[in-house]
Design a protein around this ligand. Structure first.
Ligand code: ASP
Length: 300
């Protein structure tokens, strides 16, 4: 039995997000990414390949805040973060501040597979684009008119208006052999300071996978997930306290709510149970389990 869940970001779905054309685009993007991952699991492929395929599809989709369509820093450029982890071996790869690699998740995967390190940042990470099998692009490639407009509105509100977090992408999977994997990719938050690194590429904050407990990908206010070591906190509840996944997720969300931290997560455990929850205004998400119909959910 396999199970796969993906998210397209937590946050406030703006009025624009709920317009029919855009809503349809988001739905189609999620469905295509889910299918890209599902196909691999259906063919007995590993969870690691499935989460990478789903995230790659969403990085290429300009509607989501990862790869092309990433949100912009205060200076108007795109700086991308991504991570991928395999629950069986605890191998992990992560990149931050990527500016010239079309698919940052590919460099993360390359590091997982071929380097002695887990986490690389900035130019040194971008230099691996070629060997990692990703195109090298100008920073402009990532920048869309919609994100420019979002930055303009952010500047107008002033920094006190708070950072927007929405559209980050992630995937978690359990394959037929019971292996778990997680991946997350993001442009971060609109109007972030140049050089800011969020939770997504930090193993244990925004991304984690451990076959003995669960695989998880976070989305939302990353600074809070860094402060709470959120992904690992969830894993620890399952691993050490023996909490069932659904209860562990509930407890994690209650804590985040008590801290006034907004966001959501997707998780899958060794039995293939999928839990997708958020305390933000909305979270785009989709899931499928072997033999069951896929569900694509765009709700507030
Ligand atoms: N968690 C991401 C970050 O803080 C943003 C998001 O999920 O929307 O970089």
């Amino acid at each position: 039995m396999y199970a796969l869940a993906i998210h397209g970001g937590a946050g406030s779905l703006s009025a624009a997000d709920l317009q029919p054309a855009r809503e349809l685009g988001l739905r189609e993007g999620l469905a295509a990414a889910l299918e890209a991952g599902r196909r691999i699991l259906q063919a007995d492929g590993p969870a690691l390949d499935a989460v990478q395929a789903a995230v790659t599809a969403l990085e290429d989709d300009p509607l989501f805040n990862a790869g092309r369509g990433a949100v912009l820093t205060l200076e108007g450029s795109a700086e991308l973060d991504a991570a991928i982890m395999e629950g069986t071996t605890l191998r992990a790869g992560a990149v931050a501040l990527v500016r010239h690699t079309k698919n940052p998740i590919r460099i993360a995967r390359y590091l997982l597979e071929h380097s002695p390190h887990v986490f690389l940042a900035a130019e040194a990470a971008d230099r691996l684009a070629g060997v990692a099998g990703s195109e090298r692009v100008e920073n402009d490639y990532f920048i869309t008119g919609a994100r420019r407009e979002q930055l303009r509105a952010f500047r107008q509100r002033g920094e006190a208006g708070g950072a927007d977090a929405a559209g980050t992408v992630g995937a978690v999977a359990r394959d037929r052999c019971g292996r778990l994997a997680a991946a997350t990719s993001t442009g971060g938050t609109t109007g972030k300071w140049p050089g800011r690194i969020g939770d997504s590429p930090v193993i244990g904050a925004g991304t984690y996978a451990d076959d003995a407990s669960c695989a998880v990908s976070m989305t939302g206010q990353g600074e809070w997930f860094l402060r709470t070591a959120q992904a690992y906190d969830l894993v620890a509840r399952v691993r050490y306290a023996g909490e069932p996944l659904a209860r562990a997720v509930e407890a994690a969300l209650e804590r985040l709510t008590s801290l006034n931290a907004r966001g959501g997560l997707i998780a899958v455990d060794a039995s293939g149970t999928i839990v997708m929850r958020h305390n933000s205004a909305g979270m785009l998400r989709a899931s499928v389990r072997e033999g069951e119909e896929a569900a694509v959910i765009q709700s507030r």
